[in-house]
Design a protein around this ligand. Structure first.
Ligand code: NAP
Length: 419
């Protein structure tokens, strides 16, 4: 019965242009393991039942205008107010760029690019595109099994297209375990040597709309830690490895930052006072934006040649909706079997039409990894910087978030030039 509810909800959301993707396309079999997650209710480990979702806040931007026209404070509001500015893929007159066609072969030779959450969705697609350009691409994966499968997918992709680049690998990372985050540079250097510099750090991993307030091993609400705090700590730890000239930090945010339209509630970062799946997701995506701006301000103040950007990829058909659809296990089971009746078939094709493909969705983050025209600290969508409302450019909130994030993660940024 739950499926029917899901179907109806998704159809309604889809009709309003705000579809949470499900029954996505193919993906290697997943290994379900959540060693660091507990439900705040039962404190039990969350294997198999964990809900990692993805937001598919729909938005196929119309390249101009859509961003400013949207005001939302909840998922329901999004469903009610977002009209799909893009027609379905087949009806788009001028094809949008995809991550893959933005990158020219051999244009990225010698670059080292690290992508968090590269095992599926936008991270995996970005890895393919950037590897196509000849970069050394390191994806992060929570488990070895997922890392190996993802690397295999990228290498197969390259091989099938006659692209010679075998410099694709994974390094284990679980953002929900701060000790694991802090030791990431050791694992990276063990593989590539201590002199290896990183040109691009793409903070892409994320979860969306987890139904209940789950706690990580560190005792933080999972969306907050996966989407913001873990990446904050990772960036701080990776800072000494970033190339001194022109390194990029790209934070994959979302238009869902608008769910936090009242501004960041610094007294509820860990969602102790109040939890809602979309409230937490929206806040985490606002945190991505504020963190980007503050990182840029501090880098500039220290004379660092670093460019930080954030972005909204669009509403993309990835695995982000896992949590909303019964959790990871059920999600991938459904993915294996595909639609099993007419209604599901109709739903799938409706959703597939409403959402961007991962190839398209990855375009903005791939663009930000390869361009030299990006504007420092800005929030992008559709390959263009976007104007943000005042609450999303609030300097004092960004500073306070930085301070709190250092305290909560126990990681200090060192932005000294000679690190
Ligand atoms: N899809 C959209 O419509 C959309 C819209 C706006 C913004 N975004 C943003 O785009 C980013 C990528 O999402 P996606 O759509 O590609 O979703 P996805 O297909 O679910 O991919 C999410 C990735 O993040 C990884 N991840 C999740 N929790 C992690 C943790 N604790 N530690 C390390 N890695 C973790 C996942 O690893 P596993 O494979 O191990 O689960 C997976 O590789 C997210 O930040 C999301 O908020 C997506």
């Amino acid at each position: 019965m739950r499926n029917e509810g899901v179907v109806l909800t998704a159809l309604l959301l889809g009709a309003a242009g705000c579809v949470e993707g499900w029954i996505p396309s193919s993906r290697p079999a997943a290994i379900f393991s959540h060693p660091t997650i507990k439900s705040s209710a039962d404190q039990a480990t969350n294997e198999g039942t964990a809900a990692r979702d993805e937001t598919r806040t729909s938005s196929r931007s119309s390249r101009r205008g859509f961003f400013n026209s949207i005001t939302v404070s909840s998922a329901a509001a999004v469903a009610a107010t977002i009209t799909t500015p893009f027609p379905s893929d087949s009806a788009v007159a001028a094809p949008l760029p995809t991550g893959l066609n933005l990158v020219q072969p051999n244009s990225l030779t010698g670059k080292m690019i690290v992508i968090t959450g590269g095992t599926t969705g936008l991270g995996l697609e970005s890895a393919k595109a950037l590897a196509k350009g000849g970069a050394t691409v390191v994806i992060t994966a929570r488990t070895d099994a997922k890392g190996k499968a993802a690397v295999e997918t990228v290498l197969t992709y390259l091989k099938e297209r006659g692209i010679r680049n075998v410099n694709v690998s994974y390094v284990q990372l679980d953002l929900d375990d701060l000790d694991n985050v802090k030791s990431f540079p050791q694992r990276f250097m063990a593989k590539y040597g201590s002199d290896q510099k990183i040109d691009v750090l793409m903070n892409n991993a994320g979860v969306m709309a987890i139904p209940d307030r789950q706690l990580t091993k560190d005792g933080y609400e999972r969306t907050f830690q996966s989407n913001h705090l873990g990446h904050f700590a990772l960036t701080a730890k990776v800072m000494p490895l970033l190339r001194e000239q022109g390194a990029r930090v790209i934070n994959v945010s979302s238009l869902a930052y608008q769910f936090a339209g009242k501004g960041l509630d610094l007294s509820n970062l860990n969602r102790e006072k109040e939890y809602s799946p979309w409230g937490s997701y929206g806040a985490s995506k606002l945190e991505n934006i504020l963190f980007t701006q503050e990182l840029q301000r501090r880098a500039d103040a220290n004379g660092l040649n670093l460019i930080a950007t954030s972005l909204h990829p669009g509403a993309v058909n990835t695995d982000l909706a896992r949590n909303m659809m019964g959790g990871e296990e059920e999600w991938y089971k459904k993915k294996e079997t595909g639609p099993t009746n007419l209604l599901e078939n109709v739903l799938q094709s409706t959703i597939n039409k409403a959402l961007l493909t991962p190839e398209r969705g990855a375009a903005t983050q791939v663009y930000l990894a390869i361009t030299s025209d990006e504007e420092k600290g800005r929030f992008y969508s559709d390959l263009k910087p976007q104007k943000l409302p005042a609450f999303a450019t609030d300097e004092s909130a960004a500073k306070a978030l930085w301070t709190q994030s250092e305290i909560l993660s126990g990681v200090q940024f060192s932005l000294d030039k000679k690190q």
